[in-house]
Every structure is written in structure tokens, then in C-alpha cells.
Ligand binder design. Structure first.
Ligand code: NAG
Ligand code: NAG
Ligand code: NAG
Length: 293
């Protein structure tokens, strides 16, 4: 059987890089992987780890999910070389702190442009080919933050909610109309450069532009949020990569996948309490101090 052609965004590091490698190194050679990234200058890690799969089952291309021409050029190139696109993995994105009104609108729109509109642009670019084939798989890498918003990550959570809503809406339509299966993957914290960058920057510095009240709430809570609960369940990018392969190979993929049992419980918790009042208890009782003032 001809290998499946897979396009992945955001492959310079983390989940994208791990997924590209797991698929390209598949012992049964079931995949031909186009691993893309915003800037080829950051290709060295992937290139090194690709070893002799480079230019055999793994091809590196430049694609910026905020720039339509780069998406079109990669998609046209793949269709020219391989004649089809079987799988799209929308992985590109970044995570950064923003508390409510502490960032400019331009800053928020730029994150939305990559983390949400980037997914829409890339999906729209591959859909004509998938519709013609009457087959295809689209996997959107979301986050537990797309199910339960994370305090102090307002725009990041909003972008993931948007991806979740759009995916949920379009999934039954694409399945029934075109045999295109769509899945959303919802990891928690994953050991990646992105995550290390967040942890590596002192919290005081991250919050230096916040107003005094928000800064205090943030500093009171962030260590607990980032270390105990979250870090104890940190997964490796490889685990997520293997899940991506399972989804591609599964005959009837689910719409949603949480990546650990605890995350499944966390997702279920939200459905069990439709008031979701429990989400208001996520922060330590900093507000007691304010009301006491
Ligand atoms: C792989 O292909 C690219 C062009 O697509 C080329 O620049 C590079 O030298 C090739 N690398 C190897 C190891 O063949
Ligand atoms: C992924 O998200 C995009 C935009 O939100 C949407 O167009 C697409 O259908 C989604 N795909 C899946 C598989 O959920
Ligand atoms: C799941 O959560 C429980 C408590 O909430 C914790 O004790 C356990 O270590 C977690 N399991 C994993 C695999 O992280």
C-alpha cells in the first residue's frame, strides 16, 4: 500500500517534531511526512534527529500558518509530488501569559491569528484535495485549556476554545459529506521547549507589567499551578506523538482525546457540573485578603 501523506505544522520542536519523527520512522513505512515550520532556520533539531529518513520519508518545508502564500505553496508542492494529502495535523501554536486587560489588543489578535486562524487557513488549504479524494484525517492539537480555561492564559484558552468549537461543528459534516475524520487532541502540560520557556522565566518577571492586584493573585497562585498539580502529570512529546499515530490508524477515530486518565477526569468534571462553579475555586483564597482590606 502506498504510504499515507501527512502534513504537520509547527515541527521545529515539541509535539510537532516528535510526531514527525514517530511517523517518519515507522517500521512499516506507512507514512510520508511533510514536517513544516515557520522558519527553516530552526530546522536543525529535526534534521539531526531525522537521520537517514531525511528526504526519504521525512521532508522539511517552510510554512507560516499566518501567511496564506506559504501554506498554498507547501500544499501545491505536496500535491505535485505525492498527488494527495491524507492527514493534516494542526499543531503550530504558542502559549503565553496574559491576564485579562494586561495585554494590547494587537498582542491578543496575533496569538489568535496563529493559534486559531492558522488552523482554519491550513485546514481550508487541504480540504479541496481531501474532498476530491473522499477521504482524509484532520487532527487538531488543542489542550486541556480548550476544555477548562487556565487562569492568566486568557487568549490562549480562548483560541483553544475556538479550535474546539469549530472542530466540533465541522466534524459531523465532513464525515458524512466527504468521509473526512476529524479529531481533537487535548494534552495537559507536555515537556517541550515551549513549556520550559514558561517555567524558565521568573514568575515576577512574567508578571512585571500586571497591575498590583493581578500581580499578587498571580504570584500567590502560579507556583502551585505550574508545579504541583500540573508538573506531576507532565507528559513527553513522544507520548502525544504515538497517540497521533494511533488516531491516524484507527478506523473510527473519536472526536476528542484526552491524553491521560486524569485529564479525562478533569474534562468529565466540567460536564458533571453544568454551573461550573467549581472552576471559580481554582485560585487560592486571594480574594479574602482583598475583601478584608
Ligand atoms: C534534502 O532535500 C533538501 C531540498 O529539499 C536539500 O536542501 C537537502 O540538502 C537534502 N538533504 C539530504 C541529506 O539529502
Ligand atoms: C480543526 O479546526 C479547524 C478550525 O478551527 C476546523 O476548520 C477543522 O475542521 C478542525 N478539524 C478537526 C479535525 O477538528
Ligand atoms: C492523578 O491524580 C491523582 C490525584 O489527583 C494523583 O495522585 C495521581 O498521581 C495522578 N496520576 C497520574 C498518572 O499523574
Amino acid at each position: 500500500m502506498a504510504p499515507q501523506t501527512v502534513l504537520i505544522t509547527g515541527c521545529s520542536s515539541g509535539i510537532g517534531l516528535a510526531t514527525a519523527l514517530v511517523l517518519a520512522k515507522d517500521e512499516l513505512s506507512r507514512f510520508k511526512v511533510y514536517a513544516t515550520m515557520r522558519n527553516l532556520k530552526s530546522k536543525s533539531n529535526l534534521e539531526k534527529e531525522a537521520g537517514d529518513t531525511l528526504n526519504k520519508t521525512l521532508f522539511i518545508r517552510e510554512l507560516d500558518v499566518t501567511k496564506d502564500p506559504t501554506i498554498k505553496s507547501v500544499v501545491d508542492g505536496i500535491l505535485g509530488e505525492s498527488g494527495r494529502i491524507d492527514v493534516l495535523i494542526n499543531n503550530a501554536g504558542y502559549m503565553s501569559l496574559d491576564a485579562i486587560d494586561q495585554r494590547s489588543l494587537e498582542w491578543c489578535q496575533a496569538m489568535m491569528d496563529t493559534n486559531y486562524w492558522g488552523v482554519v487557513r491550513t485546514t481550508n488549504a487541504v480540504l479541496p484535495a481531501m474532498k476530491k479524494q473522499m477521504s482524509g484525517r484532520i487532527i487538531n492539537v488543542s489542550s486541556m485549556a480548550g476544555v477548562r480555561a487556565v487562569p492568566f492564559y486568557a487568549t490562549y484558552s480562548a483560541a483553544k476554545f475556538a479550535v474546539e468549537g469549530f472542530s466540533e461543528s465541522i466534524a459531523p459534516v465532513l464525515r458524512d459529506g466527504y468521509n473526512i475524520r476529524v479529531s481533537i487532541v487535548e494534552p495537559g502540560p507536555v515537556k517541550t521547549e515551549l513549556f520550559n520557556k514558561v517555567l524558565g522565566t521568573p514568575f515576577e518577571e512574567q508578571a512585571k507589567d500586571f497591575d498590583p492586584v493581578l500581580r499578587e493573585v498571580f504570584l500567590t497562585n502560579v507556583k502551585r499551578m505550574m508545579t504541583s498539580a500540573m508538573l506531576s502529570v507532565t507528559q513527553s512529546a513522544d507520548e502525544i506523538a504515538k497517540l497521533h499515530m494511533d488516531i491516524i490508524l484507527s478506523e473510527k477515530p473519536h472526536l476528542r482525546y484526552q491524553t491521560t486518565e486524569n485529564l479525562t477526569k478533569a474534562a468529565a468534571e466540567k460536564l458533571r457540573d453544568p454551573t461550573t462553579d467549581f472552576l471559580l475555586e481554582m485560585l487560592e483564597q486571594a480574594q479574602d485578603r482583598y475583601s478584608a482590606k
